[in-house]
Every structure is written in structure tokens, then in C-alpha cells.
Design a protein around this ligand. Structure first.
Ligand SMILES: *Cc1c(COP(=O)(O)O)cnc(C)c1O
Length: 443
């Protein structure tokens, strides 16, 4: 039976017609045919179900494709947590991103162009790390902090040698992973000493014996213990004889005035540590990496032993990490460094300007003084004065679902967009993201 309007479901365009639509021009080159096809099929289904008009299929497919061929999306970090583990910890500097782009192609990561022969892999970043840390005789880079520590344990204690460590430092680092279990998984034997709150030099001294491989100090980087507590410093441990290995966690290379309790690589070596391990993507502000520093003749020789150990090959970093790490150590200040050093008055000015502009557009926005934190397993308890734009709480979910997504934090029934972990260059994008959801906040 003829109808005035043909059923729109019958008018859903065929896949090849959609793929040929100018709206999707270049899409297969950019995202790959399979990915584009999946988006088209989903859009056709939406048209069949009457959720979109048949004419909108190509545009809907285009809109469903991500910004790049990865599903990973850039998120504006307005949480006030400088190193947000769920957001990939440290954002890289523009210099590091440039370095990544160069290394992404074929590059001389392991070729000596002068001779045409194999060259030392990672020599640039290893030299940069040595230069940045006075007292480091040798350096090495593994996949992450946990890999660096596991490698040290496997290489120096993996055949049943004892790792002497305070019970107060047998910590869980996140996602259920625990330092003691990590150590034991390498074949090393754990020799816990002292108690949760107090460990003394004599506890270590009593435990040292022929089986001792090294004394380990783990910085409790994600919690603080206060009250009746006592721990032994690196300097005292260094006098006991066995090598001292210190996992400082955050990767500060030198002391930072705002983080007086955060250990740094240079001071830890100066205090007598033989080996220092650290992460690359925490306070150092670089890519995910595990750093290893050796101090003095013994520490330098230990780095050599560790990097020659077979497992070292299994936790070797790729050229992208080498490039981005070198640019982060040797290049301009990293974003994390700039967030740390940000002037609170400047943050307050930015929050005031943003709130005023949004309020002028009818958004219920005010500026607020806040307290930000380092996060990401570093500098627990450190409070960084900051400023935020405060919005009604329902904005939090709408902003996460927006484009670009924004992660704020909820406090006292309001959604706070904290500026401490955002460069000023993203203020316009932040305001745009708020405006885009202002008419239709969910929640
Ligand atoms: C973060 C951390 C680790 C783990 O480092 P990753 O780079 O995340 O593998 C180990 N030890 C300490 C003390 C840490 O803070």
C-alpha cells in the first residue's frame, strides 16, 4: 500500500554510499577502514531505529570517531591533583612531545651515524640524568619504578639473597600491588625488621649477615604515619656495610622547597645510598619510566651489574620513552614543575576571570580559594594553595561526558574546577567545555 512518506528505515543509505560521503573524506586513511565501518554500521542502526534521520548517517558516523586512531582521549585535569594516576600521571612538556615525534620514525636510537655501527642505546638520556644528579656515577632506565626495583632485587638478591627492609616500609603502591610481594617475586628473600611505627639502627644491624644482599629503604610515598614513629636515615644505614638501595618513589632529582619531606635522588646519594630507584612520570614530570642511579664506586659498579642482568632486557624502555625522558630531564621545565611552582595569586586571578566570564554567560560560577595536592604517590599530606571555579555539583558528570572531557572534583556539594594542574593556555578550552554543557547539565 503506498504511503505519503516512505518509511525512513527504508531510506537508510548503504554502507558504500556512506563511506563515499564527503563528510567521511579521508576517514579511512586516518582511522582505518574497520573502525570507520563500525561507526557507519552503528549510525545506520541508529537511523533504522529512528534515532537519527537517514540523511544524518554519515555525519553521525563521523561524530562517533575519536579525535585520533586511539580511543584514548585527552582530558582536562581540573581535579587539583597534580599527578593523577588515572589520568596518566605527568602530562609531557611540548619539548617532550616534539622529541616523541622525532623518535616515532626511524631514528638513531642505537646507531652511531659517524661509524655506521651499533651505538650505545639511550646514551643521551643517561648522560642527562647523570648531569642532573650530582654524585650519580652511573644511571639506567627501566620501564617503570616497580621494574627498576624488581630488577635490582633480581640482579642483586635473586638467588635467595636477603633484602633487609623496615616493616614500616612494606607498602602497597596501588591497584593491589605490594612492595614485599614484588620483591619476593624476584626470588629475593625478604628480611623485615623493626615494627610498623618504629625501626632502629640496631634492628638492621642485628639482621645483617652473610646472606644479606642489601638494605632497602622504601619511601612511604602515599601515606604519612605520625605519632610515636621512628625510622633510620640513609646516612646511618650506609655505615652498616651492605649496599643501601633507596626507592625514593617520586623521581625528584634535587630538593624542592615546597616538598621538604620528599626525598630526592641527589640528596639520597649524598647521604650514602649506593643505588636510588625512582619513577619517571611522577614529580620528574616525564614519561612512565624507572630510573636507577648509582653513587660512588660501589653504586656505579652495581648499576653495571644490574643493567647486564638478563632481566634488564625484559624491562628495557622503548625509543619513545628515551626521547621523552631526555627532553623532560634536559629540556624546559616540565608541566608538573610549573604546576608545583605556580604562583597562587596568579591562579586566583585566572579563577576570577574564568568565573566572571562564565557568570556573564548565565552560568552559576564563582571563584574559590582551594587546596590542591601532589597525588600519584608523591608528597602525601602536602597542601598546595590553589584556586578553582565552583559550579553546581551536577556539572561534574556533564563535564566528564563533554568534549573535551573535564575532570573536576566534588567538595561541599559543588563541582570545583581547580586550576593548579592546568596550564593557563587551557583556560579557554575549560570555559568552552563548561559553556557547552551549561544548558544541559545532566544529573
Ligand atoms: C610509585 C612508586 C613505586 C612504583 O613506581 P611505578 O613507576 O609506578 O612503577 C614504587 N615505589 C615507590 C616508593 C613509589 O612511590
Amino acid at each position: 500500500m503506498p504511503t505519503a512518506e516512505p518509511d525512513p528505515r527504508r531510506r537508510v543509505p548503504r554502507t558504500d554510499a556512506v563511506l563515499a560521503d564527503p563528510v567521511l573524506d579521508g576517514a579511512t586513511a586516518r582511522w582505518g577502514r574497520d573502525r570507520v565501518k563500525r561507526a557507519v554500521v552503528a549510525a545506520q542502526q541508529a537511523a533504522r531505529e529512528g534515532r537519527i534521520a537517514p540523511e544524518e548517517v554519515a555525519a553521525a558516523a563521523r561524530a562517533a570517531l575519536p579525535a585520533t586512531a586511539t580511543g584514548i582521549r585527552a582530558v582536562l585535569n581540573a581535579s587539583g591533583v597534580l599527578l593523577h594516576t588515572n589520568l596518566g600521571r605527568a602530562p609531557l612538556s611540548a619539548a617532550a612531545v616534539d622529541a616523541l615525534r622525532v623518535a616515532a620514525g626511524t631514528c638513531d636510537v642505537e646507531l652511531d651515524l659517524a661509524t655506521g655501527r651499533r651505538g650505545p642505546r639511550g646514551s643521551g638520556v643517561l648522560a642527562a640524568l647523570r648531569d642532573a644528579v650530582p654524585g650519580a656515577g652511573a644511571t639506567w632506565v627501566a620501564n617503570n619504578g616497580a621494574a627498576a626495583l624488581a630488577l635490582v632485587c633480581a640482579a642483586l638478591a635473586g638467588t635467595g639473597g636477603e633484602v633487609v627492609v623496615s616493616r614500616g616500609q612494606l607498602v602497597e603502591i596501588g591497584d593491589g600491588f605490594r612492595i614485599p610481594e614484588l620483591i619476593e617475586s624476584t626470588g629475593a628473600r625478604l628480611r623485615p625488621v623493626g615494627t610498623t611505627n618504629r625501626t632502629h639502627l640496631r634492628d638492621y644491624a642485628d639482621a645483617v649477615g652473610p646472606d644479606t644482599a642489601f638494605l632497602l629503604v622504601v619511601h612511604p610515598s602515599n601515606f604519612v604515619v605520625s605519632g610515636f614513629v621512628s625510622a633510620v636515615g640513609v646516612r646511618e644505614l650506609a655505615g652498616l656495610g651492605p649496599p643501601v638501595v633507596v626507592d625514593i618513589g617520586s623521581g625528584l632529582l634535587a630538593p624542592h622547597p615546597l616538598l621538604p619531606d620528599e626525598p630526592d635522588a641527589a640528596s639520597t646519594l649524598a647521604a650514602g645510598a649506593d643505588l636510588v630507584t625512582a619513577s619517571g612520570d611522577k614529580l620528574l614530570g616525564g614519561p612512565q619510566a624507572g630510573l636507577l642511579f648509582g653513587g660512588g664506586d660501589r653504586g656505579t659498579a652495581l648499576v653495571e651489574r644490574v643493567r647486564r642482568f638478563p632481566l634488564a632486557r625484559a624491562v628495557r624502555v622503548d625509543k619513545l620513552t628515551l626521547a621523552a625522558l631526555e627532553a623532560s630531564v634536559d629540556g624546559p621545565p616540565t608541566p608538573v614543575r610549573e604546576f608545583l611552582d605556580a604562583d597562587p595569586a596568579g591562579l586566583r586571578d585566572r579563577a576570577g576571570a574564568l568565573a566572571a566570564a562564565l557568570a556573564a554567560d548565565g552560568v552559576d560560577a564563582t571563584a574559590l580559594d582551594t587546596v590542591a595536592g601532589v597525588g600519584g604517590g608523591g608528597a602525601p599530606g602536602v597542601e598546595l594553595p590553589s584556586a578553582a571555579v565552583a559550579l553546581p555539583e551536577r556539572y561534574a558528570a556533564a563535564l566528564r561526558a563533554g568534549d573535551p572531557p573535564v575532570l573536576g572534583r566534588i567538595a561541599d556539594g559543588r563541582c570545583l574546577l581547580d586550576l593548579r594542574a592546568l596550564p593557563s593556555s587551557s583556560d579557554a578550552a575549560l570555559a568552552g567545555a563548561v559553556r557547552a554543557v551549561a544548558d544541559r547539565p545532566v544529573g
